[in-house]
Ligand binder design. Structure first.
Ligand code: SAM
Length: 269
């Protein structure tokens, strides 16, 4: 394969490149470098489909020939990135797993400025207030993508969407939808320009989630896992809705509630 012509082979667990990629598990390192780690050919294929190539492509010695791998090597080298071959113990060390993916990519993080969001390009968008669980956030990004939402806006102090755990939970959708972030004040100012309805989700809402007449594009606001949607953000919504809780459970998991909401809105639009 082409990779054997151009790449360097790393065998040392203490190699600087290995250390710097492993450090991407830490938020501080991701913030300093503006990069993140995506593991596996599925993720790398999604990135390539969105015109994003790795800055660094790590290929395990045991990686099997695959069309996506060939595309990834070509795109990485074409765009000035580096391709390296690594041993299985290095993949284990970087992924912190016994059964690591055989191909890893390091990518630039991308955030869409609020001003660049085009609301009408999708029937719905999701805004999350202070989401704390990386698995929830990754699942929401994946679900938003699946339902045809334009993207996810992170309000206030949220977990990092580019953490290894969040990225894994997106199953590649981290490359497919816009990700934006804003303070509550920035969000509230921007919300004034929203052309459709802004829909809050609260357990104390009087309106059922299927009873509200929602004008597209919908901006669906979801609250924090513990505290729920704050009064300030709920007051900025055109309507607040509730998904019925028919059993003993007080509330739905945040990602599940988001799934119910985005499909209700996108199916109706
Ligand atoms: N104790 C929190 C509360 O009182 O809101 C529970 C938060 S819940 C686990 C996390 C988020 O999921 C909520 O802020 C809301 O956005 C959404 N959610 C969960 N269950 C919901 C329901 N039945 N109706 C509407 N939204 C719901």
């Amino acid at each position: 394969m082409e990779r054997h012509v151009t790449e360097r082979v790393i065998t040392s667990l203490t190699n600087d490149t290995v250390k710097s990629v492993r450090a991407l598990h830490m938020r501080k390192e991701r913030e300093t470098t503006g990069r993140f780690l995506a593991e596996g050919l599925k993720f790398i294929g999604e990135a390539l489909d969105q015109g994003r190539s790795p800055k660094l492509l790590m290929v395990g010695l045991e990686a099997r020939p695959h069309a996506i791998l060939d595309r990834a090597i070509t795109a990485t080298l074409r765009d000035g990135g580096e391709v390296v071959t690594v041993t299985h113990p290095i993949l284990e060390k970087i992924s912190r797993r016994d059964n690591p993916q055989t191909v890893l990519g390091v990518f630039d993080q991308v955030y869409t400025p609020l001003a660049n969001i085009r609301p009408s390009s999708a029937p719905a968008w999701v805004a999350l207030e202070q989401v704390r669980d990386p698995g929830n956030l990754g699942t929401i990004i994946r679900t938003a993508d699946a339902a045809g939402c334009g993207g996810v806006i992170l309000i206030g102090d949220c977990v990092d969407p580019y953490s290894v755990e969040a990225v894994r939970a997106t199953m590649g959708s981290v490359f497919a939808v816009a990700i934006a972030r804003a303070t509550a004040a920035e969000f509230l100012a921007w919300r004034q320009t929203w052309p459709g309805n802004v829909v809050g989700t609260r357990l104390d809402a009087a309106v059922g989630y299927r009873d509200a007449s929602i004008q597209s594009p919908a901006l669906i606001l979801m609250g924090n896992e513990q505290a729920g949607l704050t009064d300030t953000l709920a007051a900025a919504c055109d309507v607040n809705v509730k998904i019925p809780m028919r059993g003993r459970a007080d509330s739905l998991n945040l990602a599940i509630a988001t799934g119910v909401m985005v499909y209700a809105v996108t199916d109706a639009s």
